[in-house]
Ligand binder design. Structure first.
Ligand SMILES: [Zn+2]
Length: 353
């Protein structure tokens, strides 16, 4: 072969390869949230100012400091969230460290759950959504949009620790199952393992009333993922918010630690399964922040609680640049997050009613 032609052919193959590498198409999409986990703990670990209040220690201060404390914030946060501060920091990106200039905020003016989840999942703010009891969401969500596309059709599922997700995602209109952790839908009960978890849920104490404990959401979603191989999955956890409202700082931290371990389980599976490895984009975030300046307000959030619009997000997987912990000035709003996933996935999700 003529050297010139060989060179041109090599160049063409090289360029084609490059174009393909940048085009993430038909990737699996997983979105995971934990309710009201503060950026302060994500980036700084145990908040020693909160720990000074006896009322929040629940008689467990020595153990808590042993478990998750450190002589530096880096040491503490890594003990609290080991997956965040190893794999996610090395291979993904973590936004929202306000001390480094990375600002992530609610765009909605309410700073509580339904408005926050609606903002994440529909990629826009609807100020009419001003109550957790709000009717089924009139706005189209990203997963509903995915379920209209051939690759994702009937391969979409959501697991909610909270029954409100049936309204937030407007299950009836959206056309994909939204599993309420406290009452597993009969369509999943044919599976023996899922039936067993559903029995445990039915027969155990429900400390958070309407909300299922995270442990059940964890195993329901993991079993489902491994067996049914959905192309898009949303999973919502709630222990962090419940235990913060209860003013139980040690248990709030343990819930954050368990959430981190769940992320590791998902990531490990994704990286060991040929259907998901290298083809899965994961977004991780929270619906709202919590108080900070007035230290007793860490338990709470909402319009009257300063700083509770301050959130964080992380991404890892296919199409996600490994930026690590973002240490440059930026302002990102919650409503932009799902559009980032859409863009990475070469999709064209438009927020609309
Ligand atoms: Zn709350």
């Amino acid at each position: 072969m003529n050297k010139g032609i060989f060179f041109i052919l090599t160049l063409v193959f090289f360029l084609q390869g490059n174009v393909e590498a940048q085009t993430i198409k038909n990737n699996k999409i997983i979105v995971i949230t934990t309710d009201g986990l503060r950026w302060q703990e994500v980036f700084k670990g145990v908040d020693n100012e909160v720990m000074k209040f006896k009322v929040f220690q629940k008689g467990d201060s020595v153990k808590t400091v042993n478990n998750f404390g450190g002589s530096t914030i880096e040491e503490s946060r890594k003990k609290l969230l080991p997956f965040f501060w190893s794999t996610l920091a090395e291979k993904g990106q973590i936004h929202g460290n306000r001390n480094q200039g990375s600002l992530v905020d609610n765009s909605n003016p309410y700073w509580f759950s339904y408005p926050g989840y609606s903002e994440i999942l529909t990629g826009q703010v609807d100020t009419a959504i001003n109550s957790n009891e709000y009717q089924p969401n009139p706005n189209t969500n990203f997963f509903e949009y995915l379920n209209t596309l051939p690759f994702y059709k009937n391969k979409v599922i959501a697991f909610g620790a909270w029954d409100a997700f049936k309204r937030i995602l407007n299950e009836k209109r959206a056309g994909f199952p939204v599993i309420n952790g406290n009452q597993v839908d009969s369509l999943l009960l044919k599976d023996r393992e899922i039936k067993f978890i559903a029995d445990l849920i039915n027969e155990s104490y429900h400390p958070f009333g309407e909300e299922a404990m995270d442990v059940y959401i964890k195993y329901l979603s993991l079993f489902y993922l491994k067996k049914n191989k959905p192309n898009a999955m949303y999973v919502s956890f709630g222990d962090t918010d419940e235990l913060a409202h209860a003013g139980n700082y040690p248990e709030y931290l343990k819930a954050a630690h368990r959430f981190d371990d769940y992320l590791k389980s998902i990531y490990d599976f994704v990286n060991s399964d040929p259907d998901y490895k290298g083809k899965t984009t994961i977004l991780i975030t929270t619906d709202h922040g919590r108080g900070d300046v007035i230290k007793t307000q860490w338990t709470s959030h909402g319009q009257k609680i300063n700083d509770s619009h301050q959130i964080w997000y992380a991404m890892i997987g296919a199409g996600v640049e490994p930026l690590g912990e973002v240490k440059s000035i930026e302002q990102v709003f919650q409503k932009e997050l799902i559009h980032k996933v859409s863009k990475i996935s070469n999709l064209n999700f438009n927020s609309k009613r």
